[in-house]
Design a binder for this molecule. Structure first.
Ligand code: HEM
Length: 184
């Protein structure tokens, strides 16, 4: 699996129109009209005059088991499906208590207690996803989560995020911003 580096640049340019930016927990991000999702080399061009820029890189799985990875691989869809005109960018930072835990404890909270992967799988294949890590890049968020779906699955996506936000894992989330996008 090769690493994909991506910059999310909010301003006046980009393929995605920003519908709304909501602060779920902690500080919001500034409002903007459009979002460009670009490689790091192109980011400089679109970033001039931008409201904000978030960088992330895909990484190797930390918690998913072999069986979960195989199940995901069998059902998950790629990004860029023409019918998936809705997207969500949800940057998340977890608190120091989370990062002080051991890998085994974090896995237990994520899956055995919160059923993050099992719940998420209920919403595949309609929801396509990509997880970017940002903490290691010294960014203000730990993760940039990206989702794409067709308009008819918007309600299902709302249900998914609301179920995850009620989980034990989310008690460790100290900052979360929910950015919803459409491709006209
Ligand atoms: C991590 C699956 C939806 C936020 C993960 C991981 C999996 C997964 C397998 C673990 C990756 C690893 O092993 O390192 C899914 C599936 C979803 C879904 C199938 C269905 C669409 C969501 C949603 C959000 C979210 C809606 C945000 C509201 C995260 C975050 C992590 C993560 C922040 C990183 C957790 C950490 O490393 O501490 N997800 N997820 N996921 N997911 Fe989801």
């Amino acid at each position: 699996m090769s690493v994909i580096q991506t910059a999310f640049v909010a301003g006046t340019r980009g393929a995605w129109r920003i519908e709304r930016i909501t602060a779920v927990t902690g500080q919001a991000l500034a409002q903007a009209d459009r979002l460009a999702v670009v490689g790091p080399d192109e980011a400089g061009d679109v970033a001039a005059g931008a409201q904000w820029r978030l960088d992330g890189a895909t990484g190797h799985p930390r918690y998913a088991t072999r069986q979960e990875l195989d199940t995901l691989a069998a059902v998950q869809q790629g990004l860029g499906r023409p019918e998936a005109r809705c997207a969500a960018l949800i940057p998340i930072r977890k608190n120091p208590a989370w990062w002080a835990l051991g890998q085994d404890e974090r896995r237990a909270i994520l899956e055995e207690q919160s059923h993050h992967i099992a719940i998420g799988l209920e919403y595949l294949p309609p929801i396509a996803r990509r997880l970017y890590h940002a903490r290691e890049l010294g960014q203000s968020f730990d993760f940039l989560t990206w989702f794409e779906y067709a308009p008819q699955h918007a309600d299902a996506f709302e249900e998914l995020v609301s179920r995850l936000r009620q989980s034990a894992e989310w008690r460790f989330v100290e900052r979360e911003v929910d950015i919803r996008l459409v491709q006209d």
